[in-house]
Design a protein around this ligand. Structure first.
Ligand SMILES: C[S@@+](CC[C@H](N)C(=O)[O-])C[C@H]1O[C@@H](n2cnc3c(N)ncnc32)[C@H](O)[C@@H]1O
Length: 296
């Protein structure tokens, strides 16, 4: 029932009670009054129910709002934390990149230096052919190498002669080779045999060397290269020994010449020994020219 309906019923009930003679339908009015009251009670109940529902919804909403706020705050916090981490990582990344750049630069320079250290000087005058180990032993024995000696191998190949001299006699030794690959091999050989404290290896052209400090020279070159070395060999200290595998030295008389059949290759090898001062063989007088004789 609407407010207007309820009002009219109420007025009717009042009028009837004021004028009892005019109201013949008192019972009916009472019924209407009771219905109006019931309807009013129902409306009030419905309003209360709705109010309760609204209150509950409001409470729910407030709770949800609170949860959303907490979630939002948490997310903001996480975002701030992550942003901080990203900044930190970017910073570390920049520092690492700087270190990498620096190391790469350094490595590049070092690689260049290594390349420079072992750059090709010129073509070798003779290719690398190693002396069999038993012939190496014979050469050093013939030169009577002692601990106090300084042995030079001119064209040291894989370094076997200088390594053997250091290992067997405990003497110092120097190996020289023009070929960068041979120098690397020799250095490895020296390291493998732990004789780095006695043996040095250098990339040098043997024809540029000062030999005056050596006592023993070992050679496995070619006859003409031995001859080319004579001016340098003459500057060795008196008593120094020179041994050559397979090749003589034209114009200089050897003190000893021995042969050895190698177990390694079954060939016969010759070893020459010279001592300083060198015994030069005087060049023969040129034969007189026949025409000149006839004129005399
Ligand atoms: C036949 S091998 C002898 C190697 C070693 N001495 C041996 O008896 O086992 C000659 C060596 O001399 C080197 N050689 C050639 N010409 C040279 C030069 N002008 N200066 C330095 N080494 C040279 C070669 O590279 C080669 O390793």
């Amino acid at each position: 029932m609407t407010k207007l309906g309820f009002g009219l019923t109420f007025l009717t009930v009042v009028a009837c009670s004021l004028f009892p003679g005019g109201c013949d339908r008192r019972e009916e009015q009472q019924g209407l009054e009771a219905a109006a009251k019931a309807e009013l009670a129902a409306v009030i109940q419905e309003r209360n129910r709705l109010q309760e529902q609204v209150g509950k919804l409001a409470k729910d909403w407030a709770a949800k709002e609170k949860t959303a706020e907490i979630t939002m705050n948490n997310l903001k916090y996480l975002l701030a934390e992550e942003t901080e981490k990203v900044v930190e990582l970017q910073d570390r990344n920049e520092k690492l990149q700087a270190t990498i750049d620096e190391l790469q630069k350094k490595l590049g320079i070092e690689a260049e230096e290594v390349k420079d250290e072992f750059k090709e000087i010129r073509e070798p005058d003779v290719i690398f052919v190693p002396t069999p180990q038993d012939v190496v032993d014979k050469m050093l024995e013939l030169a009577e190498v002692k601990k106090e000696d300084l042995v030079y191998d001119l064209g040291c190949g894989d370094g076997r002669i200088v390594v053997t001299a250091a290992k067997r006699f405990g003497c110092k030794a120097k190996g020289y080779d023009i070929d960068p690959n041979r120098v690397r091999e020799s250095l490895k050989n020296v390291a493998r045999n732990n004789v780095g404290h006695l043996v040095t290896i250098e990339q040098k052209d043997i024809f540029t060397l000062d030999l005056s400090k050596a006592n023993v020279i070992t050679l496995y070159l070619l006859p003409e290269l031995n001859v080319r070395l004579i001016p340098q060999l003459e500057k060795l200290k008196p008593g120094s020994r020179i041994v050559s595998h397979d090749f003589s030295m034209e114009g200089v008389k050897p003190d000893k010449v021995v042969t050895i059949t190698s177990d390694r290759d079954t060939y016969e090898h010759t070893v020459y020994l010279w001592t300083v001062p060198l015994k030069k063989i005087p060049e023969a007088e040129p034969a007189p020219v026949l025409d000149d004789l006839s004129e005399e």
